[in-house]
Design a protein around this ligand. Sequence first.
Ligand SMILES: [Zn+2]
Length: 136
Amino acid sequence: MDALNILKSKGLKKTAQRIMLVNILQAKGISLSENEIKTGMGAMYDRITFYRTVQKLIEMNIIYRIPVDNVIKYALNNTEEIKKFQNPVRFFCEKCNSTSYLENHPIPDFQLPDGYVIHEYEALIKGTCSYCAQND
Ligand SMILES: [Zn+2]
């Protein structure tokens, strides 16, 4: 799906910033930091609009945050991208209602009762994300 259709499917207005952000993430196909996105946006970048755009796209589950070594990265919420995470641990922020995937923080091994077989597993942690903690 292209940026226009993604926004349309979520009932969002097609603002230039939203389209551009989704386009950049799609074109790169990897998670990007604000600085990397800023480079891609060029003169269109504006810090306040950027944060508003990101918040909205996170709220609508179009993108999500991945905290990597103290840098927040953004990635498109598509299953291909998520599959790259081993043992994805999701973190739900109760303040901004965003879901992040915690890269490099796999679920610790745990023992199941006899007779149970794991096919896949995931974890959901609830709390406050680093963004909200910093902007409290
Ligand atoms: Zn938050």
